[in-house]
Design a protein around this ligand. Structure first.
Ligand SMILES: C[S@@+](CC[C@H](N)C(=O)[O-])C[C@H]1O[C@@H](n2cnc3c(N)ncnc32)[C@H](O)[C@@H]1O
Length: 303
């Protein structure tokens, strides 16, 4: 692949409306255009109203936090955060912020959802600038919709900042492209949290070819997922990957096929959180596991 030369870069920058000489970075890090520099958390001097920022923290690697999320966290007064928000991200929050852990674990909601919703309303009504910090993206299996529905009903102002969802983060760091013109033209994000073993999911749709399935919260239900996909006609040799603690230094990937993945996962006793990726694209990891290649080539620590 040929590298673009300086004139190509200038042309692209001009097309994007950026002056040629403008530095890509300032001395103090990334330089943003002025309209993005204003701090959205700054209080309106004419109003004592609080506001809630529903912010996605990404899957774990702190460098996957968006600039906007980071900027909002720098001046938050209260941060309500979930269990899946990684420690390095929590460490980036200034000491002055009041931190409240409302984390949920499977079957163990330390603070019930209704109570979290109500706390957000109360804090905003007290005039606080509140960050509701969630793992991944708040709108993907994150109950972000429920929380802002409550805020909307209560007339509380809110903003939403998306995050990198676990599917994108884990797939990228495992070297598994979720779509690929030769293998998958669509991708489905599915909850693997199957209530009372009930399987009221559209299994017939899931076994269509040329698509990738990503199961969130699928570790406990993995035997049922495998059983149902097999019963609905997916071939037993379909490649499957389970990514544990994706994008963190502890990331582990267990690969197999529909017929042997349950056994392999049981043998390794992989810790949560885990994400299950099923589809032809998983086989590409044999060639595209860039992280293993980087580690082998120069001993660098990744992520
Ligand atoms: C309640 S859902 C929240 C998903 C989150 N809102 C997102 O967009 O990634 C929690 C599930 O996300 C997945 N997950 C989140 N972070 C992960 C990580 N670092 N590695 C693997 N799976 C992860 C797991 O399936 C976990 O059970």
């Amino acid at each position: 692949m040929t590298r673009p030369d300086r004139s190509d870069i200038n042309r692209l920058q001009q097309r994007a409306g950026r002056p040629e000489d403008a530095p890509l970075r300032g001395k103090d890090g990334v330089r943003l255009p002025p309209r993005y520099r204003a701090n959205p958390v700054t209080r309106n001097p004419n109003s004592s109203a609080g506001e809630v920022f529903l912010v996605g923290a990404g899957p774990g690697d702190p460098e996957l936090l968006t600039l906007k999320a980071w900027r909002i966290l720098q001046s938050a007064e209260v941060v309500l955060y979930d269990r899946l928000v990684s420690q390095p991200i929590l460490d980036m929050i200034p000491d002055g912020a009041h931190m409240v852990h409302v984390g949920k674990q499977r079957s163990n909601h330390s603070v019930p959802q209704d109570e979290i919703n109500q706390r957000l309303v109360t804090l905003a009504r007290e005039g606080r600038q509140v960050v509701r910090l969630k793992g991944g993206d708040p709108f993907i299996f994150g109950r972000g919709g429920e929380e802002i529905e409550t805020l909307a009903e209560a007339g509380v102002r809110f903003q939403v900042v998306p995050g990198i969802t676990a599917a994108s983060g884990c797939a990228a760091y495992a070297g598994i492209p979720l779509t690929h013109r030769d293998h998958a033209q669509s991708v489905r994000f599915v909850t693997g949290h199957l209530k009372n073993d009930t399987c009221d999911l559209p299994w017939n749709d899931f076994v269509q070819t040329h698509q990738t399935l990503v199961f969130y919260m699928g570790l406990v239900g993995l035997p049922i997922i495998v059983r149902e996909l097999t019963a609905h006609g997916m071939r037993p040799t379909m490649p499957v990957a389970l990514v544990s603690r994706g994008t963190t230094p502890e990331q582990e990937v267990v690969c197999g096929t529909l017929e042997n993945i349950v056994e392999r996962v049981q043998q390794r006793e992989v810790p949560a959180p885990t994400l299950v990726i099923i589809g032809e694209v998983v086989s590409l990891r044999n060639r595209l596991d860039w992280m293993a290649a980087v580690q082998t080539m120069d001993g660098r620590e990744t992520p």
